[in-house]
Design a protein around this ligand. Structure first.
Ligand code: AN7
Length: 358
């Protein structure tokens, strides 16, 4: 089945792509019908680049818990359930914890999540709580939390569902399949934010698998982007105290570094950093000119494309991955917009009309 057959009967990505995934008839499929997200032309971005190109957003913020993590989590939790596992654990900047909690609880498991205290966007924290996770906020950053959960999973009967879990990447590679099915080929560039660098590695796996199966005529260049204050893969060094407004990608020591570097090399791609200012600029344009509300980390893909505009080949097709929903981070939204907001108005037509300029 392909995403072009997107219907109310979409079965979720494991069922849709089972021939491409490490599942069998004994795998209990834990799904919230993730996947089949829209690919949306973003002409405001094309206009800024002023070349004969097509730019699309893969809006993965429309997954069931609002981020691409659901693609990986349906696989990781289904495989954990297959092994009769009763509890899962993850470190998270927010989205992994929301997704892990939702899928684990749906499977009847306990979900332990370690988060950097004070650095998880409100929407994500709200989700983890509502889905019934057991939340441990630590006085340390994501990298520190990841070290702890890796050791926990070695010592105790609990399954790790961060992207070091190979099933996560298999689930996430299906986004590349969907893009190829929508465009009838791979794009020329795939622009994507990088944190722990699992997603870029997963996309590359998906693009390679479909290319080798003859489902696309080309492979995209993998263009990865990180926030300037949190760019270990761009500057090729561990960042001890990563800083960025894009808390989702506030990661200083990516665990999938080697895979991401291989994807870059083999695709003839490139990595670059974007400043918080550039991220917020792209975030605002997507919102107010395209009607697409993504979270700041996701806007890094579009910010990066704009930063590379001189290098974009004419006639190319580009996909920017919007990894998470803007509703995840309402504080950022309220602080960073150009909206006209008039408060404290008298409840009468005269005042309203005058305020509107009539
Ligand atoms: C919106 O939730 O690492 O490069 O713990 O939430 O695969 O890590 C989130 C990462 C991009 C980066 N965009 O993906 C977590 C976490 C959003 C994200 C990334 C994340 P990777």
């Amino acid at each position: 089945m392909s995403s072009s057959s997107l219907t109310p009967n979409w079965p979720g990505l494991i069922e849709a792509y089972k021939d491409w995934l490490p599942v069998n008839e004994n795998t209990p499929v834990i799904t919230l019908k993730e996947g089949a997200t829209p690919l949306i032309r973003i002409k405001a971005i094309e206009k800024l680049i002023q070349k004969d190109i097509k730019v699309y957003a893969k809006y993965d913020g429309l997954n069931p818990t609002g981020s691409f993590k659901d693609r990986g989590m349906t696989m990781a939790i289904s495989k954990a359930k297959e092994k009769k596992c009763e509890a899962v654990i993850c470190a998270s900047t927010g989205n992994t914890s929301a997704s892990a909690a939702a899928y684990a609880k749906r499977a009847g498991m306990r979900a332990f999540v370690l988060i950097p205290d004070g650095y998880v966007a409100q929407g994500k924290l709200a989700q983890a709580l509502v889905y019934g996770a057991e939340v441990l906020a630590i006085k340390g950053n994501f990298d520190c939390a990841l070290d702890i959960v890796q050791e926990m999973a070695e010592k105790y009967p609990i399954t790790l569902v961060n992207s070091v879990n190979p099933f996560r990447l298999h689930g996430q590679k299906t986004a590349a399949f969907e893009i190829i099915e929508s465009l009838n080929d791979a794009p020329d560039w795939l622009c994507i934010p990088m944190g722990n660098a699992g997603n870029i590695s997963a996309y590359w796996m998906g693009f390679e698998e479909y290319f080798q199966a003859g489902k696309s005529n080309k492979l995209p260049k993998m263009m990865g982007f990180q926030a300037s204050g949190s760019a270990p893969l761009v500057f090729n060094k561990i960042i001890k105290n990563p800083k960025t407004i894009a808390t989702a990608i506030r990661i200083g020591n990516p665990v999938n570094k080697e895979k991401a570097l291989a994807a870059k090399k083999n695709s003839k791609g490139s990595f670059l950093d974007v400043t918080d200012e550039e991220i917020i600029n792209a975030y605002k344009i997507l919102g107010k000119e395209e009607g697409i509300f993504c979270e700041p980390a996701s806007a890094a893909s579009v910010a990066g494309l704009l930063k590379r505009k001189e290098e974009i080949p004419e006639s190319s097709t580009i996909v920017c991955v919007l990894t998470g929903n803007g509703l995840k981070d309402p504080d950022c939204a309220i602080k960073n917009n150009d909206a006209a907001f008039y408060s404290g108005l008298n409840p009468e037509i005269k005042t309203v009309a005058k305020t509107m300029g009539f």
